[in-house]
Design a protein around this ligand. Structure first.
Ligand SMILES: [Fe+2]
Length: 423
Protein backbone atom coordinates (compact mmCIF):
# COMPACT_ATOMS: atom_id res chain seq x y z
CA UNK A 1 0.00 0.00 0.00
CA UNK A 2 1.24 3.50 -0.82
CA UNK A 3 1.18 5.81 2.16
CA UNK A 4 3.63 8.63 1.78
CA UNK A 5 1.52 11.20 -0.01
CA UNK A 6 -1.73 10.19 1.62
CA UNK A 7 -0.36 11.22 5.00
CA UNK A 8 -0.08 14.85 4.08
CA UNK A 9 -3.66 15.72 4.96
CA UNK A 10 -2.33 17.38 8.11
CA UNK A 11 -5.61 17.28 10.00
CA UNK A 12 -6.94 13.95 11.10
CA UNK A 13 -10.45 13.27 12.31
CA UNK A 14 -9.15 12.66 15.84
CA UNK A 15 -7.66 16.15 15.96
CA UNK A 16 -10.95 17.64 14.84
CA UNK A 17 -12.87 15.55 17.36
CA UNK A 18 -10.71 16.23 20.43
CA UNK A 19 -9.36 19.68 21.05
CA UNK A 20 -5.83 19.64 22.49
CA UNK A 21 -5.68 20.42 26.19
CA UNK A 22 -2.90 21.96 28.23
CA UNK A 23 -0.21 24.59 28.00
CA UNK A 24 2.94 22.59 27.27
CA UNK A 25 4.27 23.38 23.83
CA UNK A 26 5.46 20.62 21.52
CA UNK A 27 8.20 20.72 18.92
CA UNK A 28 7.55 21.25 15.22
CA UNK A 29 8.55 17.58 14.74
CA UNK A 30 5.74 16.50 17.09
CA UNK A 31 3.20 18.85 15.52
CA UNK A 32 4.11 17.63 12.05
CA UNK A 33 4.02 13.91 12.81
CA UNK A 34 1.01 13.65 15.14
CA UNK A 35 -1.59 14.08 12.34
CA UNK A 36 0.49 11.90 10.02
CA UNK A 37 0.52 9.09 12.57
CA UNK A 38 -3.26 9.39 13.01
CA UNK A 39 -3.71 9.30 9.24
CA UNK A 40 -1.43 6.28 8.87
CA UNK A 41 -3.34 4.49 11.63
CA UNK A 42 -6.65 5.13 9.98
CA UNK A 43 -5.49 4.15 6.51
CA UNK A 44 -3.63 1.04 7.61
CA UNK A 45 -6.74 -0.15 9.48
CA UNK A 46 -5.22 -0.10 12.97
CA UNK A 47 -7.93 2.21 14.33
CA UNK A 48 -10.53 -0.41 13.47
CA UNK A 49 -8.42 -3.44 14.40
CA UNK A 50 -7.56 -2.33 17.97
CA UNK A 51 -10.21 -1.81 20.62
CA UNK A 52 -9.84 -1.60 24.41
CA UNK A 53 -7.15 -2.30 26.95
CA UNK A 54 -8.09 -5.67 28.40
CA UNK A 55 -5.26 -6.28 30.89
CA UNK A 56 -2.13 -4.91 32.48
CA UNK A 57 0.84 -7.24 33.08
CA UNK A 58 3.29 -6.94 35.95
CA UNK A 59 6.25 -9.18 36.67
CA UNK A 60 7.21 -9.58 40.33
CA UNK A 61 10.14 -11.38 41.93
CA UNK A 62 10.02 -15.09 42.84
CA UNK A 63 7.77 -15.53 45.92
CA UNK A 64 6.38 -11.99 45.69
CA UNK A 65 3.17 -12.99 43.86
CA UNK A 66 0.92 -13.84 46.77
CA UNK A 67 2.31 -11.04 48.92
CA UNK A 68 1.45 -8.63 46.13
CA UNK A 69 -2.05 -10.11 45.86
CA UNK A 70 -2.56 -9.54 49.58
CA UNK A 71 -1.61 -5.89 49.12
CA UNK A 72 -3.94 -5.49 46.12
CA UNK A 73 -6.79 -7.09 48.09
CA UNK A 74 -6.48 -4.34 50.67
CA UNK A 75 -5.71 -1.40 48.38
CA UNK A 76 -7.80 -2.12 45.27
CA UNK A 77 -11.01 -3.92 44.20
CA UNK A 78 -9.01 -6.56 42.26
CA UNK A 79 -9.81 -10.15 43.26
CA UNK A 80 -8.31 -13.50 42.32
CA UNK A 81 -9.81 -14.94 39.14
CA UNK A 82 -7.51 -17.73 37.92
CA UNK A 83 -4.05 -19.21 38.38
CA UNK A 84 -1.87 -20.91 35.79
CA UNK A 85 1.65 -22.22 35.72
CA UNK A 86 3.82 -22.52 32.61
CA UNK A 87 7.49 -23.57 32.23
CA UNK A 88 8.81 -20.28 33.65
CA UNK A 89 6.07 -18.49 35.61
CA UNK A 90 3.07 -18.64 37.88
CA UNK A 91 0.39 -16.45 36.32
CA UNK A 92 -2.16 -14.87 38.64
CA UNK A 93 -5.18 -13.28 36.94
CA UNK A 94 -7.12 -10.75 39.00
CA UNK A 95 -10.39 -9.11 38.02
CA UNK A 96 -12.76 -6.34 39.11
CA UNK A 97 -15.54 -6.53 36.52
CA UNK A 98 -15.50 -8.09 33.04
CA UNK A 99 -15.63 -4.65 31.38
CA UNK A 100 -12.53 -3.41 33.20
CA UNK A 101 -8.94 -4.50 32.44
CA UNK A 102 -7.69 -7.58 34.30
CA UNK A 103 -4.53 -7.47 36.39
CA UNK A 104 -2.06 -10.18 35.41
CA UNK A 105 0.84 -10.87 37.73
CA UNK A 106 3.60 -13.10 36.39
CA UNK A 107 5.94 -14.56 38.99
CA UNK A 108 9.10 -16.46 37.99
CA UNK A 109 9.21 -20.00 39.35
CA UNK A 110 12.95 -20.06 39.90
CA UNK A 111 15.15 -17.95 42.14
CA UNK A 112 17.67 -18.06 39.28
CA UNK A 113 15.29 -16.58 36.71
CA UNK A 114 16.65 -13.57 34.85
CA UNK A 115 15.43 -12.14 31.55
CA UNK A 116 15.48 -8.95 29.46
CA UNK A 117 13.68 -7.14 32.30
CA UNK A 118 16.58 -7.98 34.61
CA UNK A 119 19.01 -6.55 32.05
CA UNK A 120 17.05 -3.29 31.81
CA UNK A 121 16.62 -2.97 35.58
CA UNK A 122 20.27 -3.82 36.09
CA UNK A 123 21.36 -0.60 34.39
CA UNK A 124 19.90 1.60 37.12
CA UNK A 125 21.11 1.85 40.72
CA UNK A 126 17.72 1.31 42.32
CA UNK A 127 16.18 -0.65 39.47
CA UNK A 128 18.75 -3.36 40.07
CA UNK A 129 17.61 -3.82 43.67
CA UNK A 130 14.59 -5.76 42.38
CA UNK A 131 15.83 -6.98 39.04
CA UNK A 132 12.94 -9.27 38.12
CA UNK A 133 10.28 -6.77 39.15
CA UNK A 134 8.72 -4.48 36.59
CA UNK A 135 5.45 -3.34 35.11
CA UNK A 136 5.63 -4.94 31.67
CA UNK A 137 2.77 -3.39 29.69
CA UNK A 138 -0.84 -3.54 28.59
CA UNK A 139 -2.77 -6.02 26.44
CA UNK A 140 -5.22 -4.68 23.87
CA UNK A 141 -7.97 -6.67 22.23
CA UNK A 142 -7.69 -6.75 18.45
CA UNK A 143 -9.93 -8.28 15.79
CA UNK A 144 -7.08 -9.76 13.70
CA UNK A 145 -3.78 -10.39 15.49
CA UNK A 146 -1.79 -11.39 12.42
CA UNK A 147 -2.91 -8.26 10.58
CA UNK A 148 -2.00 -5.96 13.50
CA UNK A 149 1.47 -7.50 13.67
CA UNK A 150 1.88 -7.26 9.89
CA UNK A 151 0.85 -3.60 9.79
CA UNK A 152 3.00 -2.58 12.75
CA UNK A 153 6.01 -4.50 11.44
CA UNK A 154 5.63 -2.64 8.15
CA UNK A 155 5.94 0.52 10.27
CA UNK A 156 9.20 -0.75 11.82
CA UNK A 157 7.70 -1.78 15.16
CA UNK A 158 9.46 -4.91 16.42
CA UNK A 159 7.82 -7.80 18.23
CA UNK A 160 9.21 -10.27 20.73
CA UNK A 161 9.52 -13.76 19.25
CA UNK A 162 8.62 -16.91 21.16
CA UNK A 163 11.94 -18.56 20.28
CA UNK A 164 13.98 -15.68 21.72
CA UNK A 165 11.87 -14.87 24.77
CA UNK A 166 12.57 -16.43 28.12
CA UNK A 167 9.24 -15.46 29.69
CA UNK A 168 6.79 -18.06 28.35
CA UNK A 169 3.79 -15.82 29.02
CA UNK A 170 5.28 -13.16 26.74
CA UNK A 171 6.13 -15.88 24.21
CA UNK A 172 2.58 -17.32 24.18
CA UNK A 173 1.30 -17.61 20.59
CA UNK A 174 -2.16 -16.27 21.50
CA UNK A 175 -0.57 -12.94 22.34
CA UNK A 176 2.01 -10.80 20.59
CA UNK A 177 4.08 -8.31 22.55
CA UNK A 178 6.24 -5.55 21.11
CA UNK A 179 9.86 -5.32 22.14
CA UNK A 180 10.34 -3.11 25.21
CA UNK A 181 10.20 0.50 24.07
CA UNK A 182 13.53 2.35 23.91
CA UNK A 183 11.69 5.37 25.30
CA UNK A 184 9.48 3.89 28.05
CA UNK A 185 10.74 0.29 28.55
CA UNK A 186 7.06 -0.79 28.43
CA UNK A 187 5.71 -3.31 25.95
CA UNK A 188 2.34 -3.27 24.19
CA UNK A 189 0.53 -6.60 23.89
CA UNK A 190 -2.27 -7.67 21.56
CA UNK A 191 -4.66 -10.61 21.57
CA UNK A 192 -7.81 -11.62 19.72
CA UNK A 193 -9.27 -12.90 22.98
CA UNK A 194 -11.59 -10.66 25.00
CA UNK A 195 -9.80 -12.15 28.03
CA UNK A 196 -13.08 -12.99 29.70
CA UNK A 197 -12.07 -16.65 29.66
CA UNK A 198 -8.41 -17.67 29.78
CA UNK A 199 -9.04 -21.36 29.08
CA UNK A 200 -7.75 -22.37 25.67
CA UNK A 201 -5.15 -19.59 25.61
CA UNK A 202 -2.30 -21.94 26.47
CA UNK A 203 -1.37 -20.18 29.68
CA UNK A 204 -0.20 -23.45 31.22
CA UNK A 205 -1.47 -25.82 33.86
CA UNK A 206 -4.53 -24.51 35.70
CA UNK A 207 -3.91 -24.45 39.45
CA UNK A 208 -5.93 -23.74 42.55
CA UNK A 209 -4.71 -21.65 45.41
CA UNK A 210 -3.93 -23.89 48.38
CA UNK A 211 -5.73 -23.58 51.72
CA UNK A 212 -3.05 -21.36 53.24
CA UNK A 213 -2.99 -19.01 50.23
CA UNK A 214 -6.79 -18.78 50.20
CA UNK A 215 -6.84 -18.01 53.90
CA UNK A 216 -4.31 -15.21 53.47
CA UNK A 217 -6.40 -13.59 50.74
CA UNK A 218 -9.68 -14.09 52.60
CA UNK A 219 -8.15 -12.34 55.59
CA UNK A 220 -7.30 -9.27 53.50
CA UNK A 221 -10.69 -9.39 51.79
CA UNK A 222 -12.40 -9.40 55.20
CA UNK A 223 -10.24 -6.51 56.39
CA UNK A 224 -11.08 -4.41 53.33
CA UNK A 225 -14.79 -5.18 53.75
CA UNK A 226 -14.62 -4.44 57.48
CA UNK A 227 -13.28 -0.98 56.64
CA UNK A 228 -15.93 -0.54 53.92
CA UNK A 229 -13.34 0.25 51.24
CA UNK A 230 -14.42 -2.17 48.51
CA UNK A 231 -17.28 -0.08 47.11
CA UNK A 232 -15.34 3.19 47.36
CA UNK A 233 -12.47 2.28 45.00
CA UNK A 234 -13.58 1.77 41.40
CA UNK A 235 -10.61 0.64 39.32
CA UNK A 236 -7.69 1.86 37.21
CA UNK A 237 -8.08 5.42 35.97
CA UNK A 238 -4.63 6.01 34.48
CA UNK A 239 -1.18 4.47 34.14
CA UNK A 240 1.74 6.90 34.46
CA UNK A 241 5.16 6.16 32.97
CA UNK A 242 8.23 8.31 33.66
CA UNK A 243 10.72 8.86 30.87
CA UNK A 244 13.89 10.87 30.26
CA UNK A 245 13.44 14.50 29.24
CA UNK A 246 14.48 13.89 25.64
CA UNK A 247 12.07 10.95 25.24
CA UNK A 248 8.82 12.77 26.07
CA UNK A 249 7.56 13.30 22.53
CA UNK A 250 8.91 9.95 21.27
CA UNK A 251 7.13 8.14 24.11
CA UNK A 252 3.80 9.76 23.22
CA UNK A 253 4.09 9.35 19.46
CA UNK A 254 5.38 5.80 19.69
CA UNK A 255 2.46 4.80 21.93
CA UNK A 256 0.03 6.51 19.53
CA UNK A 257 1.62 4.54 16.68
CA UNK A 258 1.05 1.21 18.46
CA UNK A 259 -2.42 1.85 19.92
CA UNK A 260 -5.74 3.43 19.01
CA UNK A 261 -5.38 6.16 21.68
CA UNK A 262 -5.40 9.90 20.98
CA UNK A 263 -3.27 12.67 22.39
CA UNK A 264 -5.35 14.58 24.95
CA UNK A 265 -2.74 17.16 25.86
CA UNK A 266 0.30 18.18 27.91
CA UNK A 267 0.53 20.31 31.02
CA UNK A 268 3.58 22.14 32.21
CA UNK A 269 4.29 21.63 35.92
CA UNK A 270 6.63 24.59 36.21
CA UNK A 271 7.47 24.22 39.89
CA UNK A 272 8.77 20.67 39.40
CA UNK A 273 10.38 21.43 36.01
CA UNK A 274 8.28 18.67 34.43
CA UNK A 275 5.22 18.03 32.31
CA UNK A 276 2.34 15.59 32.41
CA UNK A 277 1.22 14.24 29.03
CA UNK A 278 -2.01 12.32 28.56
CA UNK A 279 -3.31 9.90 25.91
CA UNK A 280 -6.85 8.49 26.01
CA UNK A 281 -8.92 5.86 24.25
CA UNK A 282 -11.50 7.49 21.94
CA UNK A 283 -13.77 4.42 22.10
CA UNK A 284 -14.67 4.77 25.79
CA UNK A 285 -16.52 7.41 27.76
CA UNK A 286 -15.14 6.17 31.05
CA UNK A 287 -11.42 5.63 31.66
CA UNK A 288 -12.22 2.63 33.88
CA UNK A 289 -12.95 0.70 30.67
CA UNK A 290 -9.61 1.55 29.01
CA UNK A 291 -7.38 3.61 31.30
CA UNK A 292 -5.56 6.74 30.16
CA UNK A 293 -1.82 6.49 29.47
CA UNK A 294 0.22 9.27 31.04
CA UNK A 295 3.86 10.10 30.34
CA UNK A 296 5.83 12.35 32.65
CA UNK A 297 9.21 13.90 31.91
CA UNK A 298 11.50 16.69 33.02
CA UNK A 299 11.39 19.91 30.97
CA UNK A 300 15.20 20.11 30.95
CA UNK A 301 17.73 17.26 31.27
CA UNK A 302 19.56 16.69 34.56
CA UNK A 303 22.93 17.96 33.35
CA UNK A 304 21.73 21.54 32.90
CA UNK A 305 19.54 21.81 35.98
CA UNK A 306 22.26 23.25 38.20
CA UNK A 307 22.65 26.22 35.83
CA UNK A 308 19.30 27.67 36.87
CA UNK A 309 18.82 25.57 39.98
CA UNK A 310 15.78 23.79 38.55
CA UNK A 311 13.93 20.96 40.27
CA UNK A 312 14.48 17.44 38.92
CA UNK A 313 12.46 14.80 40.83
CA UNK A 314 11.02 13.21 37.69
CA UNK A 315 14.35 12.72 35.95
CA UNK A 316 15.98 11.67 39.23
CA UNK A 317 13.42 8.85 39.42
CA UNK A 318 14.27 7.75 35.87
CA UNK A 319 18.01 7.88 36.57
CA UNK A 320 17.56 5.85 39.77
CA UNK A 321 14.97 3.28 38.67
CA UNK A 322 15.08 3.43 34.87
CA UNK A 323 12.38 4.56 32.47
CA UNK A 324 9.32 2.67 33.64
CA UNK A 325 5.78 2.74 34.99
CA UNK A 326 5.78 5.00 38.04
CA UNK A 327 2.22 4.75 39.37
CA UNK A 328 -1.18 3.20 38.78
CA UNK A 329 -4.06 5.51 39.66
CA UNK A 330 -7.42 4.33 41.02
CA UNK A 331 -10.58 6.38 41.03
CA UNK A 332 -12.35 6.77 44.36
CA UNK A 333 -16.13 7.34 44.46
CA UNK A 334 -17.05 10.99 44.96
CA UNK A 335 -18.82 11.54 48.28
CA UNK A 336 -18.25 11.27 51.99
CA UNK A 337 -18.01 8.46 54.53
CA UNK A 338 -18.15 9.08 58.27
CA UNK A 339 -17.94 12.86 57.77
CA UNK A 340 -14.77 12.59 55.66
CA UNK A 341 -14.25 12.87 51.92
CA UNK A 342 -14.10 9.28 50.67
CA UNK A 343 -10.42 9.54 49.73
CA UNK A 344 -9.52 10.76 53.22
CA UNK A 345 -11.56 7.92 54.69
CA UNK A 346 -9.91 5.29 52.45
CA UNK A 347 -6.40 6.55 53.13
CA UNK A 348 -7.07 6.79 56.89
CA UNK A 349 -8.12 3.13 56.99
CA UNK A 350 -5.16 2.01 54.86
CA UNK A 351 -2.77 3.89 57.13
CA UNK A 352 -4.37 2.06 60.11
CA UNK A 353 -3.49 -1.15 58.23
CA UNK A 354 0.17 -0.09 57.93
CA UNK A 355 0.07 0.93 54.26
CA UNK A 356 2.55 3.83 54.00
CA UNK A 357 1.72 6.99 52.02
CA UNK A 358 3.80 9.88 50.74
CA UNK A 359 2.70 13.11 52.44
CA UNK A 360 -1.02 13.74 52.87
CA UNK A 361 -4.08 13.89 50.65
CA UNK A 362 -3.64 16.91 48.37
CA UNK A 363 -6.43 19.09 46.92
CA UNK A 364 -9.33 20.85 48.57
CA UNK A 365 -12.66 19.80 47.04
CA UNK A 366 -14.71 22.63 48.49
CA UNK A 367 -17.50 24.26 46.48
CA UNK A 368 -16.15 23.98 42.95
CA UNK A 369 -15.16 20.94 40.83
CA UNK A 370 -11.79 19.84 42.17
CA UNK A 371 -9.56 16.82 42.60
CA UNK A 372 -8.15 15.25 45.74
CA UNK A 373 -5.15 12.98 45.18
CA UNK A 374 -2.52 11.03 47.08
CA UNK A 375 0.44 8.74 46.32
CA UNK A 376 1.16 5.65 48.37
CA UNK A 377 4.79 4.71 48.88
CA UNK A 378 6.09 2.32 46.24
CA UNK A 379 5.00 -1.26 46.83
CA UNK A 380 7.77 -3.54 48.11
CA UNK A 381 6.44 -6.21 45.76
CA UNK A 382 5.87 -4.30 42.49
CA UNK A 383 7.89 -1.07 42.94
CA UNK A 384 4.69 0.70 41.81
CA UNK A 385 3.09 3.63 43.58
CA UNK A 386 -0.70 3.55 43.96
CA UNK A 387 -2.43 6.88 43.35
CA UNK A 388 -5.97 7.54 44.55
CA UNK A 389 -8.09 10.23 42.90
CA UNK A 390 -11.43 11.60 44.06
CA UNK A 391 -13.01 13.84 41.42
CA UNK A 392 -15.31 16.15 43.34
CA UNK A 393 -18.34 17.68 41.66
CA UNK A 394 -17.52 16.05 38.31
CA UNK A 395 -13.99 17.45 37.99
CA UNK A 396 -13.00 16.70 34.40
CA UNK A 397 -9.23 16.12 34.37
CA UNK A 398 -6.54 13.80 35.65
CA UNK A 399 -4.70 16.24 37.89
CA UNK A 400 -4.40 19.86 38.94
CA UNK A 401 -1.08 21.62 38.54
CA UNK A 402 -0.76 22.37 42.25
CA UNK A 403 -1.56 18.78 43.18
CA UNK A 404 0.96 17.33 40.72
CA UNK A 405 3.71 19.65 41.93
CA UNK A 406 3.14 18.55 45.53
CA UNK A 407 2.79 14.87 44.65
CA UNK A 408 5.94 14.91 42.52
CA UNK A 409 7.88 16.60 45.30
CA UNK A 410 6.66 14.10 47.91
CA UNK A 411 7.53 11.14 45.69
CA UNK A 412 10.96 12.62 44.90
CA UNK A 413 11.84 12.63 48.57
CA UNK A 414 11.26 8.87 48.64
CA UNK A 415 12.95 7.96 45.36
CA UNK A 416 16.54 8.90 46.09
CA UNK A 417 19.63 6.71 46.01
CA UNK A 418 18.99 4.77 49.16
CA UNK A 419 18.76 1.04 49.49
CA UNK A 420 15.52 -0.84 49.14
CA UNK A 421 15.25 -4.36 50.48
CA UNK A 422 15.33 -6.34 47.26
CA UNK A 423 14.14 -9.67 45.95
FE1 LIG B 1 -1.28 10.23 38.22
Amino acid sequence: MEFSLAYNSGMSKLMEQFEKQGDKENSSFFNEYLPLIYDRREQSGLDDLISKMRAVVIQVGPDDGLKYLEELYLMTPYRFHALYENETHRIYVLRIKPEQPDYIIVEPLSEDYYDNVSCMNGLFPRGCEKRRTKYLGEIFQVSDLAEVVKVLQSQQIRFQKAENVKNKFIGNENFRFTEPSYFTANVVGYTESDLLDYEGLGLGKRLDLDADELERLEKMDALQKHFGLLDLIYGIDHLATRVFCGSREDAILEFLTMSNYYYWGSFNIEEMNSSTNVCRNPQVKNELHSPAKVFTANNTPFYVNSVKDLASPTEDFVRNFGRRMHHIAYEVEDGETGGLKNIDYVVGKLVESDIPFLAKVIGECKDIPDLKQIFSKASKHSVLITEYDQRCKNFGGFFTKTNVAELTKAAGEDEGLKTMVGD
